[in-house]
Design a protein around this ligand. Structure first.
Ligand code: SF4
Length: 511
């Protein structure tokens, strides 16, 4: 197995940087479906450009490279313990090369292991089969979409849809609800893997395994094939759209399995994956571990660009924001405005918010834009000439900071917070009271935004919090974002949740 570790490293790098062709195809269709000057159309243009940049420069498509999950089939007699060790080495090397973000955090101490290794990470499942080769499939599913997974225990009552019974109509209601409840927080348009039945734990696992099916395959079970198609058709009528901005494309895939259940239980388990749907696989020679064939990729078909031109085009209607921001400038902004940010901008996500609730800020935040982002950073050079390069820097899900944000804005004089998926009522009230806005960047567009952050001014709390959670002060250059919550009490997220809820009710009323 002298080539096994190298094969795993190549699989990780390709999975992180090269979106599979079936997902490209689905995103290409989405690009054609949405009108270019809508918010969904603009977001898709950035996504398309980001996917192209990631492939061309072999950079991570999204900065959240997720929980690496390997599903492996081996012939009898293969040494699985040795394979596991080599996979761990490959994961650590991919992290060191900046292809994976250090994502493995001790759940008790909060310390990041720095190399994606630790109890429970990466996830590796083995199964034996009667084929002569080894098959390894890998999925990189990030935290934003993982948090949108949902499990229903039917019968249950669903918002906008009423009662879901223990039958296929009830299952259908659950799946439409799953797409609706994710809104933009899972970086829509997404795909769902579904398990009808099983128990709570195995149901989630089987649902996630469905995400290994190609988006364009057809379920061999005609009942499930019909259900998958119906969900695709109906979920795309609800209007969640890209990033939850509203639009025609909310779902790019629905893959369902049914498993036997206990008579007393009826679970519907849903694994939600984002547009940055990164999964690939390889077939390996069982003696050498060398790659014999790529799964999902067609070697005869060259990788096609998603956007023909430059992708996101500045229209001239954008509002230029120079940091630090004044209250007057911020109060003039309205929901729907597209802004181009220039000047210093500071990151802060979960651990930084916890820190700011208890300490003084490590840098001046007056008039600042606080960017919810955990970047992938590479250290270059040797002391004293060390510099940081930004490898990937898209937004993370903002709602996690909802309990703290209004207080942080008030205490430190922050004028804008930026992330993805929007925030709740408490933050909206804080924006109004203190004169601030919420800016929405396009989730997953890590390569695109890394290029809008050409310089690192400084980094704070690096030792204490680790790379993704540290507070990085970047220089922003023409960084585009959309105002989705303003200082006048308006929220695009509340509006879209209401209109899509009404659409969901219409769909539910036909049942
Ligand atoms: S695209 Fe969005 S949901 Fe997906 S991994 Fe990236 S940040 Fe998370």
């Amino acid at each position: 197995m002298q080539f096994f570790k190298g094969s795993m490293l190549e699989l990780i790098i390709q999975t992180s940087t090269n979106l599979p062709p079936d997902v490209r195809q689905a995103m290409g269709e989405a690009l054609k479906t949405e009108r270019p000057h809508t918010q969904a159309g603009q977001a898709l243009a950035i996504i398309g450009q980001n996917v192209d940049m990631a492939y061309e420069d072999e950079g991570a498509i999204c900065q959240d490279t997720g929980m690496p999950t390997f599903e492996i089939k081996t012939p009898v007699g293969v040494n699985q313990m040795e394979m596991k060790k080599q996979i761990q080495e490959a994961v650590a090397e991919a992290t060191q090369r900046g292809k994976l973000r250090p994502n493995s955090v001790d759940s008790i101490s909060g310390k990041n292991s720095g190399n994606n290794l630790g109890p429970g990470t990466p996830v590796i499942h083995f199964e034996q089969w009667e084929e002569p080769d080894i098959e390894v499939r890998l999925i990189l599913k990030g935290g934003g979409c993982e948090n949108m997974n949902i499990q229903y225990s039917v019968p249950c009552t669903l918002e906008h849809l009423g009662r879901a019974d223990r039958d296929l109509e009830g299952v259908k209601k659950c799946l439409l609800h799953a797409v609706w409840q994710a809104q933009g927080q899972g970086c829509a348009p997404g795909a769902i893997g579904v398990c009808i039945g099983s128990d709570r734990a195995a149901g989630y696992h089987l649902a996630k395994l469905q995400l290994f099916r190609a988006l364009d395959d057809v379920n061999p079970d005609p009942t499930l094939a019909k259900l998958e198609q119906e969900i695709m058709d109906e979920a795309n009528k609800i209007g969640v759209g890209t990033m939850g901005f509203g639009g025609k494309v909310s779902l790019i895939g629905c893959k369902i399995i049914a498993a036997n259940r206990l008579p007393a239980s009826f679970f519907v388990s849903v694994a939600y994956d984002c547009w940055a749907f990164r999964r690939l696989g390889v077939s390996l020679d069982a003696d050498s571990g060398a790659i014999k064939q790529w799964l999902y990729l067609d070697p005869k078909r060259p990788v096609e660009r998603l956007v023909a031109g430059a992708g996101f085009q500045v229209s001239g209607r954008e509002i230029r924001l120079e940091t630090p921001l004044s209250e007057e400038k911020v109060r003039a902004l309205k929901v729907g405005d597209v802004v181009l940010i220039n000047g210093p901008m500071v990151t802060g996500r979960d651990a930084a918010h916890t820190y700011l609730m208890r300490h003084e800020a490590p840098c001046d935040l007056r008039g600042a834009i606080l960017y919810h982002c955990g970047p992938v950073m590479m250290k270059e050079g040797t002391p004293p000439n060390v510099r940081w390069r930004t490898n990937a820097a898209g937004p993370t899900t903002s709602i996690r900071e909802e309990p703290y944000e209004a207080e942080v804005i008030k205490r430190f004089g922050i004028r804008a917070v930026m992330g993805k998926g929007g925030m709740g009522k408490k933050t909206l009230a804080g924006l109004k009271e203190h004169g601030a806005v919420y800016l929405h960047a396009v989730g997953g567009a890590a390569q695109f935004y890394a290029r809008c952050l050409p310089k690192v001014h400084s980094v704070h709390l690096l030792e204490e919090l680790g790379v993704p959670e540290a507070m990085w002060v970047f220089e922003a250059k023409d960084f585009p974002a959309i105002v989705t919550m303003d200082s006048h009490g308006n929220s695009l997220h509340e509006d879209v949740a209401a209109t899509t809820g009404a659409e969901l009710e219409k769909v539910g009323a036909t049942r």
